[in-house]
Design a protein around this ligand. Structure first.
Ligand code: ATP
Ligand code: MG
Length: 551
């Protein structure tokens, strides 16, 4: 059960007052099918579905398709996949365009009541007549057209007699209202465009502010939850329902602050441009803040739901640090994925006192925090690879990993996780001064799991066996948007948002399944790239890094 918030308080009061006959709470998630959903939509989805569930009600998925722009089956399929993936089941799947007849009747009703008129001002004139925040608007010369004439013109608009933009239907409310939305808003416009659902039946389409309350009312929505930008539109929402008056128990609109995340632009239009311009590799590019993108990246639905729950619902806009989202992803994966040894920036280790041609099996835990996840086998032999950051030729202060003998101290001894204690004896260089390999000795008494208690070491590092490790490709992601170098308050595209490197992995990663998630020991969480991974292309995405204990 979700925590309580101000929306729940409103609902509980309504239930107490028996505001709705059946007492059933009905919400809806109303996407416009003109792009893929993003993490901001996830917030709205979680809120609508969990709110309905909390009160034993239901939530509809309703396509807000009143705009006959290019609406694509691809978008519709992706929206449904995303809602399901987040773990929610809609009660009904509905289309706003199925209500065009009712909306038309509603508009005719308004005209008959003298509450709407056909206006032939140009779009520029309408804007000019609307006035400003400080100045009242001016009445349109068409405002007092006789009802009969309005009815005739509106019907002719519907029949296709006029061109796009030639005239509109406006609600007759109040040109001097302090709320600009109430200054005779446009409620129908002409658009000779084929609609994906209604085809060429209509060449007039309702505006959002007129259509949305009617959609909600038809479906018996009790609480219509939307983002704060619509707060100033609420008087119009209520006006439409009151004036049309088909409904005894009209829905109520409740606004909450939209989710804003640092380093993230959440606008379908902007994200579509990234796709169209080829800046990213599709809507599901793992760098995208789309639900498809973060799914491919390896985020879990549980982590996203928890994040949406924990950041809460507020009445004032704010910015959430993307690190918080990453925290919930890390936290969710911590106890559910197995660990694997993967070596970044590899350095070769020769165990000089270990016999050539010999190798032995070591047991390592799959997840030290969850012993039930068992162990797996790795091999140890004379030639190993260790991580570049596990060796320093001249150790920094408090560096407990491998370093060779120094003037004032011996070479360091560390535990090779699952195997032995090894001591660094020497570093061997190439002619150009780079490191060729390091030489270590191992102590046969210290094998892991055999209870050696002679002495302790401070550092534990991981390794892979040079005889059987496999090269894998790692893809790491930066944010798509970063502060500009000139002006840190301005966000610009990050030209360095994708880096790839080859690492050496324990052989079991060959058998990973596309999409499977792991912790790469001491590096972070990764998944086998859902679309690209196969046995000839061992490519992994970084889901989220670990917080490093030593930098
Ligand atoms: P965009 O501006 O990204 O295109 P939109 O609001 O136009 O988004 P819709 O398809 O109309 O997209 O939105 C469906 C629902 O999701 C709406 O109820 C909207 O309020 C909500 N929503 C959109 N963005 C956010 C966000 N950042 N945080 C919370 N809810 C959001
Ligand atoms: Mg929209």
């Amino acid at each position: 059960m979700s925590e309580t918030n101000f929306i729940h308080t409103i609902i509980e009061k309504d239930l107490e007052n028996h505001k709705y006959e059946t007492g059933e709470i009905i919400t809806r998630f109303p996407p416009e099918p003109n792009g893929y959903l993003h993490i901001g939509h996830a917030k709205s989805i979680c809120l609508n579905f969990t709110t309905a569930a909390k009160y034993g009600g239901s939530c509809n998925l309703r396509y807000d398709d009143t705009n006959p722009v290019k609406e694509d089956m691809e978008y519709i399929n992706s929206i449904e996949e995303d809602v399901r993936w987040l773990g929610f089941k809609w009660n009904e799947r509905l289309w706003a365009s199925d209500y065009f007849d009712t909306m038309y009747e509603g508009a005719v009703e308004l005209i008959k009541k003298g509450k709407a008129y056909v206006c032939q001002l140009t779009p520029e004139e309408i804007k000019e007549y609307r006035g400003t925040l400080t100045e009242p608007g001016k009445e349109s010369p068409y405002r007092n057209r006789p009802i009969e004439e309005n009815l005739k013109l509106f019907e002719e608009m519907k029949e296709g007699k006029y061109q796009d933009g030639e005239m509109v239907l406006r609600a007759k409310i109040d040109m001097s209202s302090p709320n600009i939305n109430m200054r005779d808003p446009i409620i129908y416009r002409i658009a000779h465009a084929t609609h994906h659902n209604t085809g060429d039946k209509w060449c007039i389409y309702p505006m959002y502010d007129f259509a949305h309350p009617i959609e909600d009312a038809i479906e018996g929505i009790t609480h219509s939850i939307c983002t704060l930008e619509f707060e100033d539109h609420r008087p119009l929402y209520d006006w439409v329902l009151r004036e049309i008056g088909f409904w005894e128990k009209p829905p109520q609109q409740i606004e909450f602050a939209r989710l804003n995340l640092t380093n993230t632009v959440m606008s379908k239009r902007f994200l579509k441009k990234l796709v169209d311009d080829g800046i990213v590799d599709g809507w599901d590019d793992p760098r995208m803040p789309t639900i498809a993108g973060i799914r491919r990246r390896g985020y879990t639905p549980e982590a996203i739901r928890k994040f949406c729950e924990e950041i809460g619902v507020s009445k004032s806009n704010s910015m959430v640090d993307i690190a918080q989202l990453e925290h919930f992803v890390r936290d969710d994966l911590k106890e559910r994925v197995e660990s694997r040894n993967v070596i970044f920036n590899p350095i070769k280790v020769i165990v000089t006192n270990y016999p050539e041609g010999q190798s032995e099996v070591c047991q390592v835990e799959n997840n030290p925090q969850v012993p039930e996840m068992g162990t797996r086998e790795l091999t140890f032999s004379r030639e190993l690879w260790i991580d570049g950051e596990d060796f320093m030729e001249v150790p920094a202060k408090k560096y407990f990993r491998l370093f060779p003998p120094q003037e004032d101290k011996a070479g360091n001894e560390v535990r090779f996780k699952g195997a032995y204690f090894l001591t660094c004896q020497a570093v061997v260089k190439n002619e150009d001064g780079t490191i060729k390999e390091i030489h270590c000795t191992y102590d046969p008494e210290t094998k892991s799991g055999l209870g050696f208690e002679g002495r302790k070491v401070k550092g534990t590092i991981h390794f892979v066996d040079a005889n059987n490790c496999v090269p894998i490709k790692i893809r790491k992601f930066g944010y798509l948007m970063v502060p500009s170098a000139e002006d840190p308050d301005k966000m610009v595209g990050n030209t360095d948002s994708l880096t790839e490197e080859i690492c050496y992995a324990e052989p079991s990663l060959k058998e990973a399944k596309a999409g499977e998630r792991f912790q790469f020991f001491r590096h972070g969480y990764f998944n086998a790239e859902p679309k690209l991974f196969n046995e000839d292309n061992l490519v992994f995405n970084e889901i989220v890094g670990l917080k490093s204990s030593w930098k």
